[in-house]
Design a protein around this ligand. Structure first.
Ligand code: 8X3
Length: 249
């Protein structure tokens, strides 16, 4: 069945991989992000393949921008069947007592507040129609805390908690909530974490075969396609060589 699927942070990594996989499946896509040029290119590519795709460029950390954009989104596509709260980032890798407060704010604003603003704007319509699926992209950093990870891990623990909270709060309304907790995925993640230091970022993925964005997108497609009465609550996905944040081969 064709669904309308909204993906935040759609311009790269897991979000971009989800867009192309859901496009192949014939769903209608609402792609959101901060990079207008990338969004435009994606919509052009998807449209040329016959996919019904729309781009909305805004910053999820700004509540007013979210509300204006979501109003336009509802006006354009009606309801959203699946909300993929994918936008998120890690910035910096310092000991807590040496941490950069601006980095903390960026992670808290995007990973927690942005996810909340989007959910607060989209979920009421799901509740109204008594159907919907919210997929939150968390991390194994939401399950454990590793040295130097401090605030990033805290934001992902918040996502984990919010997935549980959404499920209990909206279960009466037939809303599915899925928490996805990937381990090491080769995306722009480390480049952003290390503030553009490509050599340092590349090193992260040279120790063993990391996950690819497509691997996580496959899992997201799978959880989205389960029958109405089935909800996958929580998925922890790591490379085969990574047991947890502390142990890799
Ligand atoms: C990405 C996984 O372990 O690098 O969220 O924090 S990890």
């Amino acid at each position: 069945m064709m669904k309308t699927i909204l993906i935040t942070g759609a311009t790269a990594g897991i979000g971009e991989a989800c867009a192309s996989k859901f496009g192949v499946e014939g769903h209608r896509l609402v792609l959101t992000g901060r990079r207008q040029d990338r969004l435009n290119t994606m919509v052009e590519n998807l449209s040329s393949k016959g996919v019904d795709a729309y781009a909305f460029c805004f910053d999820i950390t700004k509540k007013e921008e979210v509300d204006v954009a979501v109003k336009e989104i509802f006006h354009t596509v009606g309801t959203v069947d699946v909300l993929i709260n994918n936008a998120g980032l890690a910035v910096g890798l310092e000991l807590l007592h040496e941490g950069v407060v601006d980095d903390w704010e960026r992670m808290i604003d995007t990973n927690i507040k942005g996810l909340l603003y989007m959910t607060r704007a989209i979920a009421p319509k799901m509740v109204e129609v008594q159907e919907g699926h919210i997929i939150n992209v968390s991390s194994i950093a939401g399950k454990d805390v590793y040295r130097f990870g401090n605030v990033y891990c805290a934001t992902k623990h918040a996502v984990d908690a919010l997935s549980k909270a959404m499920r209990v709060d909206m279960i009466q309304d037939n809303i599915k909530v899925t928490n996805i907790a990937p381990g090491m995925v080769e995306t722009e993640f480390s480049l952003v974490r290390f503030k553009g230091d490509a050599a340092r970022a590349d090193k992260v993925y040279q120790q063993f075969a990391p996950l690819l964005a497509e691997d996580i997108a496959d899992a997201i497609v799978y959880v989205t396609n389960t029958p109405k009465h089935v909800c996958i609550n929580d998925l922890v996905i790591t490379p085969t060589a990574q047991a947890n944040p502390f142990y890799t081969v």
